[in-house]
Design a binder for this molecule. Sequence first.
Ligand SMILES: NC(=O)c1ccc[n+]([C@@H]2O[C@H](COP(=O)([O-])OP(=O)(O)OC[C@H]3O[C@@H](n4cnc5c(N)ncnc54)[C@H](OP(=O)(O)O)[C@@H]3O)[C@@H](O)[C@H]2O)c1
Length: 247
Amino acid sequence: MNKKVALVTGSSKGIGKGIAKILVENDYIVYINGRDSKDLENSAKELENKVKTIKADLSDDKNIQEAIKNIIKTEKRLDLVVSNIGSGKSIMGWDVSIEEHKRVFDVNFFSAVSLANHSIKAMKNSRGHIIFIASIAGCESIGAPIAYSSAKTALYSFAKALSKNIAKLNIRVNTISPGNVMFEGSTWDDKIKNDKISVETYIQNNVPLNTFATPSDIAKTVMFLEESDFITGSNIVVDGGQLNKII
Ligand SMILES: NC(=O)c1ccc[n+]([C@@H]2O[C@H](COP(=O)([O-])OP(=O)(O)OC[C@H]3O[C@@H](n4cnc5c(N)ncnc54)[C@H](OP(=O)(O)O)[C@@H]3O)[C@@H](O)[C@H]2O)c1
């Protein structure tokens, strides 16, 4: 009765799945999402079938609209949306085509903008909360692909402006910027399989806490933000001390 309803996009694996897990543990009705039925099914099983699934490409505006319409039809409310779809896979160096920049912005930025726009309309009657999963690559120049860094910086800027625009609707907006997150099948897992020593050296030289984050570290930050009613427009960095900026 009166359970909070959450949608976590891109959550059949990795960070999103970790976020879905903590929300289930905190008694939310949770919608997980991915494009692969098998992965979604497996994740739902892992989460003791306590989640509902949306198999769709939720970087697509029409699909987002449809998914949110269906959630409202079924649950009559939407309290939390975690915009987690994104990928750092792009081209290193300066010589990146405009098509590649646009592709990376579509995945990491415009999908999040669409999700926010449709979510706000659905949240108008509940004190909603939107959390964007960005990256430390958008906070400081750390050598990530240029298109990815730019898209994540844009995401934070969008979140900040949005938070001011929708505070009067009692909807909060925050960003989480993870550092290097390790889980089975992650980009870092692949990198370790290819060249363990380079990855270990990178972590030793760049991360003061000398380890990777886990999806659970990011999930705990989502819960912290959920419980912090006076925080909006903030970006929480979860990076083991990697960034050098002061503010
Ligand atoms: N991993 C890190 O070290 C790290 C660090 C900083 C920031 N981040 C950010 O954290 C977020 C999650 O990263 P991750 O490493 O957990 O990603 P991931 O391992 O690539 O997982 C992505 C999840 O999203 C789903 N997905 C991808 N595209 C989708 C789409 N268009 N529609 C629906 N589902 C989609 C995937 O399932 P399907 O492929 O089956 O759809 C999967 O469940 C991203 O925004 C990323 O930029 C990650």
